[in-house]
Ligand binder design. Structure first.
Ligand SMILES: [Zn+2]
Length: 162
């Protein structure tokens, strides 16, 4: 996917995630969208830096890079939400385009892909980006609404309340 597709994907996804995290629809929702959108767009642009710094769709399109960026908020207390942008970039490349990603690079050079993608310059690229964004929002909603409930139930079970 090209930069335009990745930026639009991250913007739409950040609006959706902003509403999912703060569904009131008032100022708090717009603050949440502002909070997540810029880091997510920056994260969505980051993997394609490997077009300039070594093998494209490998060097910065792998799970190791995602893990390092996801560790920043935990270890350094910064770059919150950037990893979501990186993950959305991977999802859009993986699901929306024909060429795959070397997810285990540098351990494994093989590129993984799904057979549903379109060419980057296809007239269906925008429709594919919107479909992938919709899928990502369903996954985000499932995580945001189900995981805390599940974690709370497991926690209650562990301390003997359930
Ligand atoms: Zn890419």
């Amino acid at each position: 996917m090209n930069k335009r597709g990745h930026v639009l994907n991250a913007l739409l996804l950040s609006i959706g995630i902003g509403y999912l995290l703060e569904p009131s629809g008032d100022l708090a929702t717009f603050e949440m969208i502002a909070k997540v959108s810029v880091p997510m767009v920056l994260g969505a642009l980051f993997p394609d830096v490997d077009t300039a710094f070594g093998p494209h769709r490998k060097a910065l399109h792998n799970l190791f890079v995602l893990g390092v960026i996801a560790a920043y908020p935990v270890y350094f207390g910064n770059l919150q939400y950037v990893w979501i942008g990186v993950l959305s970039h991977f999802a859009l490349d993986l699901l929306g385009t024909r060429r795959g990603l070397a997810l285990f690079y540098p351990l494994l050079n093989r590129e993984f892909n799904f057979p549903i993608g379109v060419r980057v310059d296809s007239k269906y690229a925008t429709a594919m980006m919107l479909a992938v964004t919709g899928f990502e929002l369903v996954v985000a909603a499932a995580i945001i609404y189900r995981v805390p409930q599940f974690a709370a139930q497991e926690g209650a079970r562990m301390i003997g309340l359930l």
